[in-house]
Ligand binder design. Structure first.
Ligand code: 8YV
Length: 327
C-alpha cells in the first residue's frame, strides 16, 4: 500500500520552496514556471503593502522585480531573510544597490538577451521620427491623402548619428546604423577601446556634430539630466533626439520646451519621467513619436528575459554560480 501524504508533510513540502516576492506581474507562463520552484507572494495585489510585508517578510528569500519597478531600500530592509534580487530587465537603476550590498544580497539582471530588440527600437524610432511614419499613417487613414500629399520629411540614410553611451545596446545601434550609411560618433565616460567611431568628451560637443542623437546610456544618478537644455540647443532645430534608455537621462521640462519652441526638431521617445503617467504635454506635440517603454517588448525577448530571471534564482538556491550577476 502506498503511503499517503498527510497534512503536516504537505505543509512542509510547500514551505520548503523558497519564498519569492514578485513586485509586479510577469507573463502568466512565467508566473506558472516560477511557481513550480518558489512560493510566490504577489506584492502588487496587496492592498495594505506594509502589513503584507510584515506577515510574509520572514519567509521571503528572493525578490523578482522589473527594470521599471526596482526595489527600494525600504522594501529590501523589510525582508530580513532576503538573499537575492532578480531583475527582469537590464537596467537596475531603480534597485537600491547600496542597500542590497550592505546586507550581501545578490542582484541579477537580464543583459544581452534584449540588446538586439532594444537596438531595433532605437532605429525604428529614428526612422519613424525622421520619416514621420505615424503622420503618414494618419494621413492615409483619415482620407487626407485624397486632398493632397503629406509634407516632405527628413532623409535618414547617410546622416550623422551621435550615440550617448557605447555599451552593448549602443554598439548594437551602431552596427545597424552602419547599414544605413550613417556616420557614427559617440560619447561615454571615456573612449571605448577597440571602437572605430569618433569620441566626444561630452554630449554638448557630440550633439553639435550630428543630425541625430540617440540615448543608450544606463539610467541612475550618474546620468540624471545628462541631456539638458544645452545639449538640445546644440542638436538644434533640425536635430532629432531618440531615447531608449531611461527618462531620467533627459531633462524633460527642457525637452518639452525645446520641442514646443522648435529649437529641437523632433524626438522619438520610448522612456519618460513618471511612467506610465507621463507628462500630457507630449501627446499634444506634432513632432514626437511615442512608445510605451516597449523596446524589449517582443514575445521572443520577454520569454528569454523571464527564463534568465528564473535561471538566476534557481542557480542561487541550488548553490550554483549566478548566470548574470550585477557586479
Ligand atoms: C523592460 C527595461 O521594459 O531592460 C530594461 O532595463 O527597462 C526593459 O527591458 C522592463 O524591465 C520591463 O518592465
Amino acid at each position: 500500500m502506498s503511503k499517503s501524504l498527510n497534512a503536516p508533510e504537505l505543509i512542509h513540502n510547500v514551505d520548503s520552496k523558497p519564498g519569492l516576492l514578485v513586485v509586479g506581474p510577469y507573463a502568466e507562463a512565467e508566473m506558472d514556471a516560477l511557481g513550480r520552484s518558489f512560493t510566490l507572494h504577489r506584492l502588487w495585489e496587496a492592498t495594505d503593502k506594509p502589513s503584507f510585508l510584515q506577515q510574509t517578510g520572514p519567509r521571503i528569500r528572493a525578490i523578482g522585480t522589473r527594470g521599471d519597478l526596482g526595489a527600494s531600500a525600504g522594501l529590501i530592509n523589510a525582508l530580513p531573510a532576503l538573499e537575492i534580487i532578480a531583475c527582469f530587465g537590464v537596467g537596475i537603476d531603480a534597485i537600491d544597490l547600496p542597500a542590497a550590498r550592505a546586507r550581501g544580497i545578490h542582484v541579477t539582471n537580464t543583459p544581452d538577451v534584449l540588446t538586439e530588440d532594444v537596438a531595433d527600437m532605437g532605429l525604428a524610432l529614428l526612422l519613424a521620427t525622421a520619416r514621420r511614419i505615424p503622420a503618414g499613417d494618419a494621413h492615409v487613414r483619415s482620407g487626407a491623402w485624397s486632398q493632397g500629399s503629406m509634407p516632405l520629411t527628413t532623409r535618414f540614410s547617410g546622416k550623422r548619428l551621435g550615440i550617448v553611451g557605447l555599451g552593448r545596446i549602443g554598439r548594437a545601434v551602431a552596427r545597424r546604423a552602419q547599414g544605413f550609411g550613417l556616420s557614427i560618433a559617440y560619447t561615454d565616460q571615456a573612449p571605448v577601446p577597440g571602437q572605430p567611431f569618433e569620441f566626444h568628451a561630452d554630449p554638448v560637443s557630440l550633439a553639435g556634430a550630428v543630425d541625430f542623437l540617440i540615448v543608450c546610456a544606463a539610467g541612475g544618478d550618474g546620468t540624471r539630466g545628462l541631456i539638458d537644455a544645452k545639449v538640445l540647443a546644440a542638436l538644434g532645430s533640425r536635430g532629432i533626439l531618440v531615447n531608449i534608455s531611461r527618462g531620467t537621462v533627459v531633462d524633460e521640462p527642457a525637452l518639452l520646451t525645446a520641442l514646443r519652441n522648435g529649437t529641437l526638431g523632433a524626438a522619438g521617445l520610448d522612456v519618460f519621467h513618471n511612467e506610465p503617467h507621463i507628462d500630457p504635454g507630449f501627446a499634444a506635440l506634432p513632432n514626437v513619436v511615442l512608445q510605451p517603454h516597449h523596446a524589449s517588448g517582443t514575445v521572443e525577448t520577454r520569454v528569454a528575459m523571464g527564463e534568465l530571471v528564473r535561471a538566476n534564482l534557481e542557480a542561487h538556491f541550488a548553490g550554483r554560480p549566478l548566470l548574470t550577476p550585477v557586479p
